[in-house]
Design a protein around this ligand. Structure first.
Ligand code: HEC
Ligand code: HEC
Length: 464
Protein backbone atom coordinates (compact mmCIF):
# COMPACT_ATOMS: atom_id res chain seq x y z
CA UNK A 1 0.00 0.00 0.00
CA UNK A 2 2.45 2.63 1.22
CA UNK A 3 4.89 1.62 -1.45
CA UNK A 4 2.29 2.27 -4.08
CA UNK A 5 1.42 5.68 -2.78
CA UNK A 6 5.10 6.55 -2.67
CA UNK A 7 5.31 5.61 -6.30
CA UNK A 8 2.34 7.74 -7.19
CA UNK A 9 3.75 10.70 -5.32
CA UNK A 10 7.04 10.12 -7.05
CA UNK A 11 5.34 10.07 -10.39
CA UNK A 12 3.46 13.28 -9.69
CA UNK A 13 6.58 14.95 -8.45
CA UNK A 14 8.35 13.86 -11.58
CA UNK A 15 5.59 15.25 -13.73
CA UNK A 16 5.64 18.59 -11.99
CA UNK A 17 9.42 18.80 -12.11
CA UNK A 18 9.55 17.68 -15.66
CA UNK A 19 7.05 20.21 -16.97
CA UNK A 20 8.73 22.88 -14.88
CA UNK A 21 12.07 22.11 -16.37
CA UNK A 22 10.89 21.89 -19.93
CA UNK A 23 9.78 25.46 -19.70
CA UNK A 24 12.88 26.60 -17.86
CA UNK A 25 15.88 24.93 -19.42
CA UNK A 26 16.39 21.52 -20.91
CA UNK A 27 19.77 20.93 -19.34
CA UNK A 28 19.56 21.72 -15.68
CA UNK A 29 21.32 18.51 -14.65
CA UNK A 30 24.46 20.17 -13.32
CA UNK A 31 24.78 19.66 -9.60
CA UNK A 32 26.53 22.10 -7.33
CA UNK A 33 29.44 20.84 -5.30
CA UNK A 34 27.17 20.80 -2.26
CA UNK A 35 24.56 18.73 -4.06
CA UNK A 36 27.18 16.31 -5.34
CA UNK A 37 28.30 15.80 -1.78
CA UNK A 38 24.73 15.18 -0.71
CA UNK A 39 24.31 12.63 -3.50
CA UNK A 40 27.49 10.87 -2.47
CA UNK A 41 26.23 10.76 1.11
CA UNK A 42 22.91 9.26 -0.05
CA UNK A 43 24.76 6.58 -1.96
CA UNK A 44 27.00 5.90 0.97
CA UNK A 45 24.00 5.48 3.26
CA UNK A 46 22.40 3.13 0.75
CA UNK A 47 25.62 1.17 1.06
CA UNK A 48 24.97 1.03 4.79
CA UNK A 49 21.48 -0.29 4.07
CA UNK A 50 23.06 -3.31 2.38
CA UNK A 51 25.21 -3.86 5.43
CA UNK A 52 22.21 -3.55 7.76
CA UNK A 53 20.30 -6.11 5.67
CA UNK A 54 23.24 -8.47 5.91
CA UNK A 55 23.21 -7.95 9.67
CA UNK A 56 19.47 -8.73 9.66
CA UNK A 57 18.65 -5.26 11.07
CA UNK A 58 15.65 -4.96 8.80
CA UNK A 59 13.77 -2.18 10.57
CA UNK A 60 16.79 0.10 10.61
CA UNK A 61 17.43 -0.75 6.97
CA UNK A 62 13.88 0.16 6.02
CA UNK A 63 13.93 3.47 7.88
CA UNK A 64 17.26 4.46 6.35
CA UNK A 65 16.07 3.57 2.83
CA UNK A 66 12.96 5.72 3.25
CA UNK A 67 15.01 8.61 4.60
CA UNK A 68 17.49 8.47 1.77
CA UNK A 69 14.74 8.33 -0.81
CA UNK A 70 13.16 11.43 0.70
CA UNK A 71 16.55 13.17 0.59
CA UNK A 72 17.00 12.19 -3.04
CA UNK A 73 13.58 13.51 -3.98
CA UNK A 74 14.34 16.77 -2.22
CA UNK A 75 17.71 16.99 -3.94
CA UNK A 76 16.10 16.44 -7.32
CA UNK A 77 13.52 19.09 -6.59
CA UNK A 78 16.04 21.64 -5.29
CA UNK A 79 18.40 21.07 -8.18
CA UNK A 80 15.50 21.04 -10.61
CA UNK A 81 16.67 17.85 -12.23
CA UNK A 82 14.12 15.62 -13.90
CA UNK A 83 13.71 12.14 -12.48
CA UNK A 84 14.72 10.87 -15.88
CA UNK A 85 18.21 12.22 -15.37
CA UNK A 86 20.80 9.45 -15.29
CA UNK A 87 22.08 10.50 -11.87
CA UNK A 88 18.63 10.23 -10.30
CA UNK A 89 17.64 7.11 -12.22
CA UNK A 90 20.70 5.16 -11.18
CA UNK A 91 20.23 6.10 -7.53
CA UNK A 92 16.50 5.29 -7.69
CA UNK A 93 17.38 1.94 -9.17
CA UNK A 94 19.69 1.36 -6.25
CA UNK A 95 16.90 2.23 -3.82
CA UNK A 96 14.54 -0.17 -5.59
CA UNK A 97 17.16 -2.91 -5.52
CA UNK A 98 17.62 -2.42 -1.76
CA UNK A 99 13.84 -2.59 -1.24
CA UNK A 100 13.58 -5.83 -3.23
CA UNK A 101 16.34 -7.46 -1.23
CA UNK A 102 14.84 -6.15 2.00
CA UNK A 103 11.35 -7.41 1.21
CA UNK A 104 12.71 -10.81 0.35
CA UNK A 105 14.84 -10.94 3.51
CA UNK A 106 11.81 -9.99 5.61
CA UNK A 107 9.91 -12.91 4.16
CA UNK A 108 7.73 -10.93 1.78
CA UNK A 109 8.92 -12.84 -1.26
CA UNK A 110 6.00 -15.26 -1.03
CA UNK A 111 6.81 -18.97 -0.85
CA UNK A 112 9.99 -20.77 -1.85
CA UNK A 113 11.27 -19.60 -5.21
CA UNK A 114 10.79 -22.24 -7.85
CA UNK A 115 8.85 -24.44 -5.42
CA UNK A 116 7.09 -26.37 -8.13
CA UNK A 117 10.12 -26.70 -10.38
CA UNK A 118 12.18 -28.24 -7.63
CA UNK A 119 15.01 -26.67 -5.74
CA UNK A 120 17.21 -24.28 -7.66
CA UNK A 121 20.92 -24.79 -7.23
CA UNK A 122 21.77 -21.31 -8.38
CA UNK A 123 19.35 -19.31 -6.30
CA UNK A 124 18.95 -21.55 -3.25
CA UNK A 125 21.99 -23.79 -2.77
CA UNK A 126 24.82 -21.67 -4.15
CA UNK A 127 24.20 -18.76 -1.72
CA UNK A 128 24.53 -21.17 1.23
CA UNK A 129 27.77 -22.64 -0.11
CA UNK A 130 29.13 -19.20 -0.94
CA UNK A 131 28.40 -17.95 2.53
CA UNK A 132 29.35 -20.97 4.60
CA UNK A 133 31.96 -22.92 2.67
CA UNK A 134 33.81 -20.76 0.14
CA UNK A 135 36.31 -19.37 2.62
CA UNK A 136 37.94 -22.78 2.97
CA UNK A 137 36.81 -24.48 -0.24
CA UNK A 138 37.54 -21.85 -2.87
CA UNK A 139 39.96 -21.55 -5.74
CA UNK A 140 42.57 -19.91 -3.54
CA UNK A 141 42.30 -22.29 -0.65
CA UNK A 142 40.77 -25.69 -1.30
CA UNK A 143 40.79 -27.64 1.97
CA UNK A 144 40.81 -31.41 1.40
CA UNK A 145 41.39 -30.53 -2.24
CA UNK A 146 37.72 -29.64 -2.47
CA UNK A 147 36.94 -26.50 -4.46
CA UNK A 148 33.34 -25.35 -4.43
CA UNK A 149 33.77 -22.22 -6.55
CA UNK A 150 32.21 -23.61 -9.73
CA UNK A 151 29.84 -26.48 -10.38
CA UNK A 152 32.48 -28.08 -12.58
CA UNK A 153 34.84 -28.08 -9.61
CA UNK A 154 32.12 -29.49 -7.37
CA UNK A 155 31.61 -32.34 -9.80
CA UNK A 156 35.25 -33.32 -9.42
CA UNK A 157 34.88 -33.71 -5.67
CA UNK A 158 37.75 -33.57 -3.19
CA UNK A 159 40.47 -35.86 -1.94
CA UNK A 160 37.94 -38.55 -0.91
CA UNK A 161 36.35 -38.61 -4.32
CA UNK A 162 32.92 -37.63 -5.53
CA UNK A 163 30.87 -35.22 -3.53
CA UNK A 164 27.42 -35.86 -4.92
CA UNK A 165 25.46 -38.99 -5.68
CA UNK A 166 22.41 -37.59 -7.48
CA UNK A 167 19.19 -38.95 -5.98
CA UNK A 168 20.92 -40.23 -2.87
CA UNK A 169 21.78 -37.72 -0.15
CA UNK A 170 22.69 -40.53 2.25
CA UNK A 171 25.51 -41.57 -0.05
CA UNK A 172 26.62 -38.01 -0.81
CA UNK A 173 29.67 -36.83 1.08
CA UNK A 174 28.41 -33.28 0.85
CA UNK A 175 25.24 -34.03 2.82
CA UNK A 176 26.96 -36.44 5.19
CA UNK A 177 29.53 -33.84 6.16
CA UNK A 178 26.79 -31.46 7.23
CA UNK A 179 25.49 -33.88 9.86
CA UNK A 180 28.77 -35.60 10.81
CA UNK A 181 29.86 -35.67 14.48
CA UNK A 182 31.24 -32.44 15.84
CA UNK A 183 34.89 -32.45 14.82
CA UNK A 184 34.22 -33.81 11.33
CA UNK A 185 31.16 -31.71 10.65
CA UNK A 186 31.18 -28.93 8.05
CA UNK A 187 31.45 -25.98 8.15
CA UNK A 188 34.55 -26.77 10.14
CA UNK A 189 34.96 -25.04 13.51
CA UNK A 190 31.65 -23.28 13.10
CA UNK A 191 28.05 -23.96 14.10
CA UNK A 192 26.22 -26.49 11.94
CA UNK A 193 24.03 -25.17 9.13
CA UNK A 194 20.45 -24.47 10.08
CA UNK A 195 18.17 -27.47 9.89
CA UNK A 196 16.20 -26.04 6.95
CA UNK A 197 19.42 -25.40 5.03
CA UNK A 198 20.56 -28.98 5.55
CA UNK A 199 17.16 -30.24 4.44
CA UNK A 200 17.27 -28.01 1.39
CA UNK A 201 20.64 -29.39 0.32
CA UNK A 202 19.54 -32.98 0.98
CA UNK A 203 16.35 -32.44 -0.97
CA UNK A 204 18.24 -30.87 -3.86
CA UNK A 205 20.48 -33.95 -4.03
CA UNK A 206 17.41 -36.18 -3.75
CA UNK A 207 15.91 -34.36 -6.72
CA UNK A 208 18.98 -35.19 -8.78
CA UNK A 209 21.52 -32.50 -7.76
CA UNK A 210 20.67 -30.59 -10.90
CA UNK A 211 22.61 -27.59 -12.08
CA UNK A 212 20.39 -24.78 -13.34
CA UNK A 213 22.96 -22.07 -14.02
CA UNK A 214 24.30 -21.05 -17.37
CA UNK A 215 27.73 -22.63 -17.42
CA UNK A 216 29.20 -25.14 -15.03
CA UNK A 217 32.51 -23.31 -15.17
CA UNK A 218 31.02 -20.00 -13.97
CA UNK A 219 31.26 -19.14 -10.28
CA UNK A 220 28.32 -20.77 -8.52
CA UNK A 221 25.38 -18.44 -8.04
CA UNK A 222 26.61 -16.09 -10.78
CA UNK A 223 23.64 -16.56 -13.07
CA UNK A 224 21.13 -16.03 -10.24
CA UNK A 225 22.95 -12.85 -9.28
CA UNK A 226 22.93 -11.71 -12.90
CA UNK A 227 19.20 -12.30 -13.17
CA UNK A 228 18.47 -10.35 -10.03
CA UNK A 229 20.67 -7.46 -10.97
CA UNK A 230 21.44 -7.51 -14.68
CA UNK A 231 24.26 -5.47 -16.15
CA UNK A 232 24.94 -4.63 -19.73
CA UNK A 233 28.33 -5.67 -21.05
CA UNK A 234 29.70 -3.74 -24.02
CA UNK A 235 32.12 -5.79 -26.06
CA UNK A 236 35.36 -4.18 -27.23
CA UNK A 237 35.78 -3.54 -30.93
CA UNK A 238 39.52 -4.05 -30.94
CA UNK A 239 40.22 -0.37 -31.67
CA UNK A 240 40.62 0.51 -28.00
CA UNK A 241 43.94 1.74 -26.69
CA UNK A 242 43.54 -0.16 -23.44
CA UNK A 243 42.58 -3.82 -23.16
CA UNK A 244 40.67 -4.82 -20.05
CA UNK A 245 42.03 -8.35 -20.03
CA UNK A 246 45.66 -7.35 -20.61
CA UNK A 247 46.00 -3.92 -19.01
CA UNK A 248 43.43 -3.75 -16.25
CA UNK A 249 42.41 -7.20 -15.04
CA UNK A 250 45.90 -8.47 -14.09
CA UNK A 251 46.69 -5.76 -11.54
CA UNK A 252 43.10 -5.50 -10.41
CA UNK A 253 43.03 -9.17 -9.51
CA UNK A 254 46.43 -9.07 -7.87
CA UNK A 255 45.66 -5.98 -5.81
CA UNK A 256 41.95 -6.12 -5.14
CA UNK A 257 40.92 -9.81 -4.95
CA UNK A 258 42.06 -10.16 -1.38
CA UNK A 259 39.31 -7.89 -0.06
CA UNK A 260 36.90 -7.76 -2.99
CA UNK A 261 35.98 -11.40 -3.51
CA UNK A 262 34.24 -14.22 -1.71
CA UNK A 263 30.82 -14.21 -0.15
CA UNK A 264 31.20 -10.97 1.71
CA UNK A 265 33.43 -8.65 -0.33
CA UNK A 266 34.47 -5.29 1.16
CA UNK A 267 31.71 -2.75 0.55
CA UNK A 268 29.79 -5.33 -1.50
CA UNK A 269 32.17 -4.82 -4.43
CA UNK A 270 33.52 -7.95 -6.06
CA UNK A 271 36.13 -8.29 -8.80
CA UNK A 272 35.57 -12.02 -9.32
CA UNK A 273 33.82 -11.67 -12.69
CA UNK A 274 33.61 -8.84 -15.19
CA UNK A 275 29.88 -8.54 -14.51
CA UNK A 276 30.59 -8.22 -10.79
CA UNK A 277 32.86 -5.26 -11.51
CA UNK A 278 30.18 -3.58 -13.61
CA UNK A 279 27.52 -4.37 -11.02
CA UNK A 280 29.42 -2.33 -8.46
CA UNK A 281 29.21 -2.34 -4.69
CA UNK A 282 27.04 -1.19 -1.82
CA UNK A 283 26.92 2.31 -3.28
CA UNK A 284 25.73 1.04 -6.64
CA UNK A 285 27.54 1.05 -9.95
CA UNK A 286 31.14 2.17 -9.56
CA UNK A 287 31.79 2.69 -13.25
CA UNK A 288 30.06 5.20 -15.49
CA UNK A 289 31.27 4.21 -18.97
CA UNK A 290 32.91 7.13 -20.70
CA UNK A 291 33.07 9.20 -17.53
CA UNK A 292 35.95 8.38 -15.24
CA UNK A 293 35.35 11.42 -13.02
CA UNK A 294 31.85 10.21 -12.21
CA UNK A 295 33.07 6.66 -11.59
CA UNK A 296 33.59 5.75 -7.96
CA UNK A 297 36.15 3.18 -9.02
CA UNK A 298 38.30 5.89 -10.55
CA UNK A 299 37.62 8.31 -7.71
CA UNK A 300 38.94 5.77 -5.23
CA UNK A 301 41.76 4.33 -7.28
CA UNK A 302 43.06 7.16 -9.40
CA UNK A 303 41.85 10.59 -8.44
CA UNK A 304 43.19 10.59 -4.93
CA UNK A 305 46.75 11.31 -4.16
CA UNK A 306 48.01 9.09 -2.64
CA UNK A 307 45.93 6.44 -4.34
CA UNK A 308 43.33 5.26 -1.82
CA UNK A 309 42.63 1.73 -2.98
CA UNK A 310 43.94 -0.87 -2.40
CA UNK A 311 43.51 0.04 1.23
CA UNK A 312 46.70 0.50 3.16
CA UNK A 313 48.95 -0.41 0.26
CA UNK A 314 50.75 1.68 -2.31
CA UNK A 315 51.49 -0.98 -4.87
CA UNK A 316 49.47 0.38 -7.71
CA UNK A 317 51.57 2.04 -10.36
CA UNK A 318 50.60 5.31 -11.99
CA UNK A 319 50.45 3.45 -15.29
CA UNK A 320 47.86 1.06 -13.86
CA UNK A 321 45.73 4.00 -12.77
CA UNK A 322 46.11 5.71 -16.15
CA UNK A 323 45.10 2.52 -17.94
CA UNK A 324 42.03 2.33 -15.73
CA UNK A 325 41.09 5.87 -16.65
CA UNK A 326 41.53 5.32 -20.38
CA UNK A 327 39.60 2.07 -20.17
CA UNK A 328 36.64 3.84 -18.55
CA UNK A 329 36.91 6.73 -21.05
CA UNK A 330 36.75 4.22 -23.87
CA UNK A 331 33.48 2.87 -22.52
CA UNK A 332 34.59 0.20 -20.00
CA UNK A 333 34.37 -2.48 -22.64
CA UNK A 334 35.09 -6.16 -22.28
CA UNK A 335 37.54 -8.04 -24.48
CA UNK A 336 37.46 -11.39 -22.71
CA UNK A 337 35.50 -14.53 -23.55
CA UNK A 338 32.98 -14.75 -20.74
CA UNK A 339 31.82 -11.80 -18.65
CA UNK A 340 30.24 -14.19 -16.14
CA UNK A 341 33.33 -16.33 -15.85
CA UNK A 342 35.86 -16.27 -13.07
CA UNK A 343 38.46 -13.70 -14.17
CA UNK A 344 41.12 -15.34 -12.06
CA UNK A 345 40.88 -18.40 -14.28
CA UNK A 346 41.14 -16.34 -17.43
CA UNK A 347 43.90 -14.01 -16.31
CA UNK A 348 47.03 -15.70 -15.08
CA UNK A 349 49.10 -14.21 -12.26
CA UNK A 350 52.82 -13.64 -12.66
CA UNK A 351 53.43 -16.69 -10.49
CA UNK A 352 51.11 -18.81 -12.59
CA UNK A 353 52.80 -17.75 -15.81
CA UNK A 354 56.12 -18.75 -14.31
CA UNK A 355 54.73 -22.04 -13.02
CA UNK A 356 53.29 -22.90 -16.42
CA UNK A 357 56.67 -22.17 -17.96
CA UNK A 358 58.40 -24.43 -15.43
CA UNK A 359 55.83 -27.20 -15.87
CA UNK A 360 56.73 -27.34 -19.55
CA UNK A 361 60.45 -27.79 -18.96
CA UNK A 362 61.93 -31.24 -19.56
CA UNK A 363 63.62 -32.88 -16.55
CA UNK A 364 67.01 -32.14 -18.14
CA UNK A 365 66.20 -28.47 -18.67
CA UNK A 366 64.83 -28.30 -15.16
CA UNK A 367 68.10 -29.69 -13.78
CA UNK A 368 70.05 -27.23 -15.95
CA UNK A 369 68.06 -24.38 -14.53
CA UNK A 370 68.70 -25.60 -11.02
CA UNK A 371 72.41 -25.95 -11.71
CA UNK A 372 72.52 -22.40 -13.13
CA UNK A 373 70.82 -20.97 -10.10
CA UNK A 374 73.25 -22.49 -7.57
CA UNK A 375 76.00 -19.92 -7.84
CA UNK A 376 73.87 -16.75 -7.88
CA UNK A 377 71.90 -17.98 -4.88
CA UNK A 378 75.02 -18.93 -2.97
CA UNK A 379 76.74 -15.64 -3.77
CA UNK A 380 73.88 -13.58 -2.44
CA UNK A 381 74.49 -14.99 1.02
CA UNK A 382 78.13 -16.11 1.12
CA UNK A 383 79.92 -14.17 -1.53
CA UNK A 384 83.44 -14.88 -0.28
CA UNK A 385 83.19 -18.62 0.17
CA UNK A 386 84.10 -20.92 -2.70
CA UNK A 387 81.75 -23.92 -2.87
CA UNK A 388 82.28 -27.46 -4.20
CA UNK A 389 79.74 -29.34 -6.29
CA UNK A 390 78.61 -32.97 -6.33
CA UNK A 391 75.75 -34.40 -8.38
CA UNK A 392 73.83 -37.65 -8.04
CA UNK A 393 70.69 -38.80 -9.86
CA UNK A 394 68.42 -37.14 -7.35
CA UNK A 395 70.48 -34.34 -5.85
CA UNK A 396 72.93 -31.56 -6.44
CA UNK A 397 75.08 -30.82 -3.40
CA UNK A 398 76.72 -27.45 -3.25
CA UNK A 399 78.69 -26.09 -0.34
CA UNK A 400 81.89 -24.80 1.23
CA UNK A 401 83.08 -28.17 2.56
CA UNK A 402 85.44 -30.80 1.11
CA UNK A 403 84.30 -33.19 -1.65
CA UNK A 404 84.62 -36.05 0.82
CA UNK A 405 82.23 -34.34 3.16
CA UNK A 406 79.76 -33.77 0.28
CA UNK A 407 80.02 -37.47 -0.58
CA UNK A 408 79.22 -38.41 2.99
CA UNK A 409 76.19 -36.09 2.97
CA UNK A 410 75.04 -37.44 -0.38
CA UNK A 411 75.09 -40.92 1.16
CA UNK A 412 72.74 -39.76 3.91
CA UNK A 413 70.48 -38.02 1.41
CA UNK A 414 70.24 -41.09 -0.84
CA UNK A 415 69.24 -43.18 2.18
CA UNK A 416 66.44 -40.70 2.88
CA UNK A 417 65.38 -40.71 -0.77
CA UNK A 418 65.21 -44.52 -0.76
CA UNK A 419 63.09 -44.33 2.35
CA UNK A 420 60.69 -41.98 0.56
CA UNK A 421 60.59 -44.26 -2.49
CA UNK A 422 59.55 -47.16 -0.28
CA UNK A 423 57.05 -45.11 1.70
CA UNK A 424 55.28 -43.88 -1.43
CA UNK A 425 55.91 -47.04 -3.41
CA UNK A 426 57.63 -44.93 -6.04
CA UNK A 427 60.06 -46.67 -8.37
CA UNK A 428 61.04 -43.74 -10.51
CA UNK A 429 64.54 -42.37 -10.52
CA UNK A 430 65.25 -39.50 -10.17
CA UNK A 431 62.65 -38.96 -7.55
CA UNK A 432 62.06 -35.35 -8.60
CA UNK A 433 61.74 -33.57 -11.90
CA UNK A 434 65.15 -32.04 -12.32
CA UNK A 435 67.07 -32.43 -9.12
CA UNK A 436 66.84 -31.28 -5.56
CA UNK A 437 69.52 -28.75 -4.63
CA UNK A 438 71.09 -29.16 -1.20
CA UNK A 439 73.22 -26.30 0.06
CA UNK A 440 75.85 -27.28 2.62
CA UNK A 441 77.41 -24.75 4.98
CA UNK A 442 80.56 -25.31 6.94
CA UNK A 443 79.60 -23.18 9.93
CA UNK A 444 76.57 -21.95 11.72
CA UNK A 445 77.18 -18.34 10.74
CA UNK A 446 76.90 -19.33 7.10
CA UNK A 447 73.72 -21.25 7.82
CA UNK A 448 72.05 -18.30 9.57
CA UNK A 449 73.24 -15.91 6.90
CA UNK A 450 71.88 -18.13 4.13
CA UNK A 451 68.52 -18.44 5.85
CA UNK A 452 68.18 -14.75 6.43
CA UNK A 453 69.26 -13.65 3.00
CA UNK A 454 67.78 -16.33 0.81
CA UNK A 455 64.86 -17.71 2.74
CA UNK A 456 64.03 -14.54 4.57
CA UNK A 457 63.69 -16.32 7.87
CA UNK A 458 65.52 -16.31 11.14
CA UNK A 459 67.06 -19.45 12.52
CA UNK A 460 66.09 -20.22 16.04
CA UNK A 461 69.30 -20.20 18.15
CA UNK A 462 68.62 -23.71 19.46
CA UNK A 463 68.85 -25.03 15.90
CA UNK A 464 72.19 -23.50 15.07
C1 HEC B 1 36.96 -23.25 8.33
C2 HEC B 1 37.24 -23.97 7.12
C3 HEC B 1 36.15 -24.82 6.49
C4 HEC B 1 34.85 -24.46 6.20
C5 HEC B 1 34.17 -23.11 6.46
C6 HEC B 1 34.27 -25.59 5.53
N1 HEC B 1 35.19 -26.60 5.44
FE1 HEC B 1 34.88 -28.41 4.57
N2 HEC B 1 36.76 -28.97 5.10
C7 HEC B 1 37.68 -28.21 5.76
C8 HEC B 1 38.87 -28.99 6.04
C9 HEC B 1 40.12 -28.48 6.75
C10 HEC B 1 38.63 -30.27 5.51
C11 HEC B 1 39.57 -31.46 5.61
C12 HEC B 1 39.05 -32.50 6.52
C13 HEC B 1 39.00 -32.07 7.97
O1 HEC B 1 39.97 -31.50 8.48
O2 HEC B 1 37.95 -32.31 8.61
C14 HEC B 1 37.30 -30.22 4.93
C15 HEC B 1 36.69 -31.31 4.30
C16 HEC B 1 35.46 -31.26 3.70
C17 HEC B 1 34.87 -32.34 2.96
C18 HEC B 1 35.51 -33.68 2.68
C19 HEC B 1 36.18 -33.61 1.34
C20 HEC B 1 36.93 -34.84 0.98
O3 HEC B 1 36.98 -35.13 -0.22
O4 HEC B 1 37.49 -35.47 1.89
C21 HEC B 1 33.65 -31.92 2.50
C22 HEC B 1 32.66 -32.70 1.67
C23 HEC B 1 33.47 -30.58 2.98
N3 HEC B 1 34.59 -30.20 3.69
C24 HEC B 1 32.36 -29.82 2.74
C25 HEC B 1 32.16 -28.57 3.26
C26 HEC B 1 30.94 -27.83 3.09
C27 HEC B 1 29.74 -28.30 2.30
C28 HEC B 1 31.09 -26.66 3.76
C29 HEC B 1 30.08 -25.55 3.95
C30 HEC B 1 28.80 -25.95 4.50
C31 HEC B 1 32.44 -26.66 4.33
N4 HEC B 1 33.05 -27.84 4.01
C32 HEC B 1 32.96 -25.62 5.07
C33 HEC B 1 37.52 -26.89 6.10
C34 HEC B 1 36.34 -26.17 6.02
C1 HEC C 1 42.79 -4.43 2.33
C2 HEC C 1 41.46 -4.55 1.77
C3 HEC C 1 41.15 -3.84 0.45
C4 HEC C 1 41.86 -3.92 -0.72
C5 HEC C 1 43.14 -4.67 -0.99
C6 HEC C 1 41.09 -3.15 -1.67
N1 HEC C 1 39.97 -2.63 -1.07
FE1 HEC C 1 38.50 -1.55 -2.00
N2 HEC C 1 37.51 -1.39 -0.25
C7 HEC C 1 37.93 -1.89 0.95
C8 HEC C 1 37.04 -1.43 2.00
C9 HEC C 1 37.17 -1.75 3.48
C10 HEC C 1 36.04 -0.63 1.36
C11 HEC C 1 34.91 0.13 2.03
C12 HEC C 1 35.40 1.36 2.75
C13 HEC C 1 35.72 2.53 1.87
O1 HEC C 1 34.90 2.91 1.01
O2 HEC C 1 36.80 3.14 2.07
C14 HEC C 1 36.38 -0.65 -0.05
C15 HEC C 1 35.61 0.00 -1.00
C16 HEC C 1 35.88 -0.05 -2.36
C17 HEC C 1 35.01 0.49 -3.38
C18 HEC C 1 33.65 1.15 -3.18
C19 HEC C 1 32.55 0.17 -3.45
C20 HEC C 1 31.21 0.73 -3.09
O3 HEC C 1 30.28 0.61 -3.89
O4 HEC C 1 31.10 1.29 -1.99
C21 HEC C 1 35.64 0.30 -4.58
C22 HEC C 1 35.13 0.69 -5.96
C23 HEC C 1 36.90 -0.36 -4.28
N3 HEC C 1 37.00 -0.56 -2.93
C24 HEC C 1 37.83 -0.70 -5.24
C25 HEC C 1 39.02 -1.34 -4.95
C26 HEC C 1 39.99 -1.66 -5.97
C27 HEC C 1 39.86 -1.34 -7.45
C28 HEC C 1 41.02 -2.27 -5.33
C29 HEC C 1 42.30 -2.78 -5.93
C30 HEC C 1 43.08 -1.81 -6.67
C31 HEC C 1 40.68 -2.36 -3.93
N4 HEC C 1 39.48 -1.77 -3.74
C32 HEC C 1 41.47 -2.98 -2.98
C33 HEC C 1 39.01 -2.72 1.16
C34 HEC C 1 39.97 -3.02 0.22
Amino acid sequence: MSHRSVQITRFLLALILFTGILTATSQAAKLTAEQRKELASIKRNLGKVATLIRQKKYDEAKTLTDEEEAKLDKLAADAMIPETDAVIVSTKRLIDARRTVLEKAMGGGGGTPGANKGISFESQIAPILNEKCSNCHGAQRASANLNLSTFADMRKGGRSGLLLVPGNPRASLMALKLIAPDNQRMPKNAPALEQNQIELIAKWIQEGARFDGEKETDPIGASAKAKKNPVKVEMATGDEKVSFMKDVAPWMLDFCMRCHSGNNPASGFSVVTFEDILRGGDTGEVIVPGKPDDSRLWQLVGLQDPIKMPQGQALLKRKNANDLKTWIEEGAKFDGKNAKGNLREMVPTEDELRMAELANLSPEKFADMRRDSLEPIWKRALNNEKPELLETDDFIFYGNVSTDRLKQISGWAETQADGLRKLFNEKQKPLWRGKLAVYVMKDRFGYSEFNQTIEDRRVDPATT
